[in-house]
Write a protein that binds this ligand. Structure first.
Ligand SMILES: Nc1nc2c(ncn2[C@@H]2O[C@H](COP(=O)(O)OP(=O)(O)O)[C@@H](O)[C@H]2O)c(=O)[nH]1
Ligand SMILES: [Mg+2]
Ligand SMILES: [Zn+2]
Length: 293
């Protein structure tokens, strides 16, 4: 009996496909997991027992760093948040929302502007600079010219990443060009075809040849920012250096007097669009709270 450590990369009807140093091994979960009500999920780091390196049993699930519900997957490190400037036009509110949702799940955001072959350099640099100034990694890329693809791939090395962003921005195209061995459906037509089969589609981690994994289904498809109103400010990293100077430690930088964050916005030290998106998110959180009560 061989005990191997590995990663669940796919699960179908009670079978789990575990990538180990000895290849991908088809496993069932030991009965014990069912009793403890723990179900292995894609992304789990596990120990398996195998006699033949072909099939085996999962005997241990290591503690999860995080767990996403849709798609159901664990131990995600990074979210590659993809937008384009045009075709489709960038939605900065959605972009900021996706960053907050990533941070709430303990996932590092990487911001990508794709389709830079379609817009002016100033246009994408202006956006990317906003985020790199805050401290996030931000890349210009083009699936068409392959600009920036290598740089992005280097960022995915050794990490588990999923792609997030509106339909049509080029997520599937980019994933395809990260490695030629696999193919994810791209384009409007294939998306329409695959929608019908959606229920049978499974979550799968695709191994990259640089030690990373990418998720084949987009993350954050249903965007629910789930955070207490008074804590939202902590997910706008650029507020941090200013908020200690607000008069009230409970300041949420909305209508309070002597707010250093608002002052920093007026002085151009904090990006105004980001701040306005913060205010919109505050309002949305309040509305959701009322609905719940
Ligand atoms: N001009 C241009 N078109 C692109 C680029 N990347 C993707 N596309 C096109 O945009 C469309 C949508 O791409 P797709 O990968 O399906 O987007 P997804 O919905 O985000 O997965 C396809 O027709 C792609 O060929 C790019 O960098 N430049
Ligand atoms: Mg797609
Ligand atoms: Zn304040």
């Amino acid at each position: 009996m061989n005990i191997l450590k590995g990663r669940i990369i796919k699960g179908i009807a009670g079978f789990y496909y575990v990538k180990t140093g000895n290849g991908v091994i088809e496993c069932r979960a030991r009965g014990k997991f069912r009793i403890d009500n723990i179900k292995p999920i894609v992304g789990d780091i596990v120990d398996i027992a195998t006699l033949n390196n072909i099939d085996g049993y999962i005997i241990k699930i290591y503690p999860r760093k995080n767990e996403l519900a849709r798609p159901l997957v664990s131990n995600v490190d990074q979210a590659v948040i993809v937008f384009s400037i045009i075709n489709p036009k960038i939605n900065k509110l959605l972009l900021d929302k996706m960053i907050v949702v990533a941070l709430l799940n303990d996932i590092e955001p990487i911001i990508c502007i794709n389709k830079i072959d379609l817009c002016r350099r100033e246009d994408y640099e202006e956006i990317l600079n906003i985020y790199s100034r805050i401290g996030y990694r931000a890349f210009p890329i083009s699936y068409v010219t392959k600009a920036g693809i290598k740089e992005l791939k280097d960022e995915l090395s050794g990490k588990t990443s999923f792609f997030s962003g509106p339909s049509g921005v080029g997520k599937s195209s980019i994933i395809n060009s990260l490695q030629s061995e696999f193919s994810v459906q791209t384009g409007e037509l294939s998306e329409r075809i695959s929608r019908g089969k959606h229920t049978t589609r499974c979550v799968e981690l695709i191994p990259l040849n640089n030690g990373g994994f990418v998720l084949d289904t987009p993350g954050f498809t249903s965007l629910n920012v789930d955070v207490d109103i008074e804590n939202l400010k902590y997910y706008f990293a650029e507020f941090e250096q200013f908020q200690k100077n607000c008069r009230f430690s409970t300041c949420i930088h909305e209508n309070e007097p002597c707010c250093s964050v608002k002052k920093a916005v007026e002085e151009g030290l904090i990006n105004k669009d980001r701040y306005l998106n913060y205010l919109i998110l505050l309002k949305e959180l309040r509305k959701n709270q009322k609905r719940r009560n």
